[in-house]
Design a protein around this ligand. Structure first.
Ligand SMILES: [Zn+2]
Length: 290
């Protein structure tokens, strides 16, 4: 179980995505904090989830012991995630997981690479032409290069953070990038922290549902699109909080009322950086100090 307290709404809600607007939004936003009341597991250091307002895109990160594990980088022309990481005291990025190569998920690479050493870039299966068009330039900028992951594969990180992939199956390559979006489950010990699914739609979600495990926080797929966030997928993940990342006044109608209703139907609290400013979730194991 998780008990959360919302901070009062920031006096500076996110601005339109001008460069000045981004700066004002960051400086003026009070981070909200939610504190887990799950039984403490004192073997592990506390983790923090950062979910800033990045505009029309996805970009969040888990931070443990000053190291970040990034899940998508946000759209181009902003550095909201990099600024949130600096604000949290991060000194390096252990891995950037790219759910799929759409620009609204990788456009923020420049700002991350400019601000931090990056150990590895992890992505799903891509053919060589698509890889060359989208991410090949970034691989030499990492310490260990690029790495491909799919269902059944996992990677481990500082603080015993483990990331398991639940989609796509068997290295399959899809014609539509959204359909090949990675489904990634981050955990610490037996505690599921975070589930992301990029812009995967319900067909992929349903295929991944069987192997998905419960988590405390889920990022709503495809910015809250009508065709993402299937009830069975959400119900299996059973999140206490659902983060929805989208740009104010976007042209896609994100997030849809239906997707938000499905998230609420499984008992989740909606976390909305576009309305409430940069968000922060603490996974500290309370009670370990006694
Ligand atoms: Zn997207």
């Amino acid at each position: 179980m998780m008990a959360c307290t919302r901070n009062p709404k920031s006096p500076h809600t996110p601005s339109r995505p001008t460069r000045l607007g981004w700066r004002l939004a960051f400086l003026g936003t009070v981070l909200s904090a939610c504190t887990s009341t799950s039984p403490p597991d004192c073997r592990f250091p506390g983790a923090t989830l950062l979910a800033p307002y990045v505009g029309q895109g996805h970009g969040i990160a888990l931070v443990v012991e000053r190291k970040a594990i990034v899940f998508d980088a946000g759209p181009p022309g902003q550095d909201a995630l990099a600024r949130s990481l600096r604000h949290a005291g991060v000194d390096s990025i252990e891995a950037i997981y790219l759910t799929h190569p759409d620009l609204d998920h990788r456009g923020g690479f420049d700002s991350l690479f400019a601000a931090f050493p990056v150990r590895r870039l992890v992505h799903g299966p891509l053919d060589s032409a698509r890889r060359a068009q989208t991410i090949a330039w970034a691989c030499p900028r990492t310490a260990l290069g690029c790495d491909t992951i799919w269902h059944g594969r996992s990677r481990t990180h500082s603080g015993d953070i483990r990331v398991d992939a639940h989609w796509p199956d068997s290295g399959a390559i899809f014609g539509d990038d959204n359909d090949g979006s990675l489904v990634l489950h981050a955990s610490q010990g037996d505690r599921g922290l975070l589930l992301v699914s990029g812009d995967l739609d319900t067909i992929g979600e349903l295929a991944a549902t069987e192997s998905v495990q419960p988590v405390e926080v889920l990022q709503l797929g495809h910015h809250g699109s009508r065709t993402s966030g299937h009830l069975r997928f959400l119900g299996k993940a059973s999140p206490r909080q659902v983060i929805v990342q989208y740009g104010l006044d976007n042209d896609y109608g994100h997030p849809t009322v239906a997707a938000l209703a499905r998230a609420r139907a499984v008992g989740a609290q909606i976390v909305d950086p576009a309305k409430d400013g940069d968000q922060r979730v603490e996974f500290d194991p309370l009670g370990c100090a006694e």
